[in-house]
Design a protein around this ligand. Structure first.
Ligand code: ATP
Ligand code: MG
Length: 394
């Protein structure tokens, strides 16, 4: 991608009313835009990161044997009335009537909807176990939307649901999800504390929260030394049991022909909250410092003199070769000063940077810089691609 033709509306000033570093950086680096309190657009750069996070999640979910589907956000309230959660979740649920007078809501979560769906297709122990997941938009009328996309009223969640015939089966699925969650967060550059939690409005017994230590965290966790740590909840998994299947009549027949309610688990990750949490953990005073796996681009090519044909032709040849190798490259081809472009590069936080300037080029060299460390190295022009590939595999 060429910066001059792309859409990265970076902002120099610190936006007013932003309490969290991640919120400031998401706005300043041109990743999100607020429509109204708690409601955000994801701009091209922000969407690229959401895409990277979602792909990591999909790989791990699929490897754990879960299958992706997509359920509606628009839901009839009568499904929720069967479990009584139209009342217990009334405070966060956005409810309304259609023109024809049907009571509807925008889904704050999907236990009822998935149970209703599975009930339509699964009737026998032979079809079980099954785990389904989606990456989808949720709506919650949060009392206090805060910290940008950390606590929003419209947000993206990955939610998975497992269906089993026995508690042992549920435990097996739960353990697989537990491990998948550890893998997902590690690949996103996060090291969450895992805490046994209260199942709250979900019902059920066993539940674990994945909590990332950060100053803006709204969850308090006791650390090993007894002190309290502020954490952001990025994931939550539950053993639900039969609460939803009983209420909605989602039954299967066993080998003896006897009917039982399905035994369920549910597993959530705040995908859009992860976007902010990763920045909360990975930034410095100049901007974002993306971990490679979730960075919107892996490499930024920064030619210093955009009117110099030699500089630009080398920049273009790196751009073409890296792109051909399947590496995501952003080239800052804007005719701006070096200082201006360096500031934007630090703000946007692409992990690796190739700086091409007339002076070092006269010596047959360019500069390679990693966003995560101050040092830069001078590399002979012909060794640049090999060096970038080796840095990317570290
Ligand atoms: P919280 O305690 O932060 O309000 P929750 O326990 O209500 O969250 P869950 O129902 O467990 O949330 O949802 C699964 C995941 O979705 C959470 O772990 C979190 O990462 C994310 N999430 C929940 N609410 C929001 C929100 N308002 N904005 C962004 N992400 C959210
Ligand atoms: Mg939770």
């Amino acid at each position: 991608m060429k910066w001059s033709q792309y859409f990265i509306p970076t902002i120099k000033e610190v936006p007013a009313g932003t309490e969290a570093a991640s919120h400031r950086l998401l706005l300043r680096a041109g990743l999100v835009h607020m429509l109204t309190s708690g409601v955000y657009s994801y701009l091209p750069l922000g969407l690229r990161v959401l895409g990277k996070i979602s792909e990591i999640i999909r790989k791990e979910m699929n490897a754990a044997g879960a299958h992706e589907l997509l359920m509606p956000a628009l839901q009839p309230l009568d499904v929720w009335q069967k479990t009584g959660r139209d009342k217990t979740l009334a405070e966060v649920m956005i409810q309304f009537n259609t023109k024809r007078g049907t009571a509807m809501c925008l889904g704050p979560t999907h236990e009822e909807i998935i149970t209703d769906l599975v009930k339509a297709f699964v009737h026998s122990y032979r079809q079980l176990p099954v785990t389904l997941y989606q990456i989808q938009t949720k709506f919650r009328d949060e009392t206090r939307p805060r910290f940008g996309v950390v606590r929003a009223c419209e947000f993206i969640m990955k939610d998975a649901y497992s269906f089993d015939t026995s508690m042992a089966g549920l435990q097996k699925n739960y353990d697989a999800m537990f491990q998948a969650y550890k893998n997902i967060f590690a690949r996103c550059g996060l090291d969450p504390v895992i805490a046994e939690a209260d199942s709250g409005a979900m019902g059920g017994r066993v539940s674990h929260e994945f909590l990332v230590p950060a100053p803006i965290g709204e969850d308090k966790v006791k650390a090993a030394d007894g002190t309290e740590q502020q954490c952001i909840e990025v994931g939550h998994i539950f053993q639900l049991g039969t609460k939803y299947s009983e209420a909605l009549g989602a039954l299967y027949v066993d080998e003896q022909g006897k009917q039982h309610p399905l035994i369920m688990g549910c597993y959530g990750i705040g995908v859009s909250r992860l976007l902010a949490t990763i920045i909360e953990v990975h930034h410095d005073e100049k901007g974002i410092v993306w971990p490679l796996a979730v960075a919107p681009f892996s490499v930024e090519i920064l030619p210093l003199q955009t009117t110099d044909p030699q500089v630009m032709s080398l920049a273009q040849s790196y751009y073409d070769e890296l792109t051909k190798s399947g590496i995501d490259v952003l080239m800052d081809d804007r005719d701006e000063s070096a200082g201006f472009k360096f500031n934007d590069a630090d703000l946007v936080g692409i992990p690796l940077r190739i700086v091409i300037g007339k002076r070092s080029l006269a010596q047959g060299a360019v500069e390679i810089r990693s966003r995560s460390c101050a040092a830069s190295e001078t590399v002979a022009c012909e060794n640049v691609l090999a060096r970038i590939k080796s840095l990317m595999s570290q």
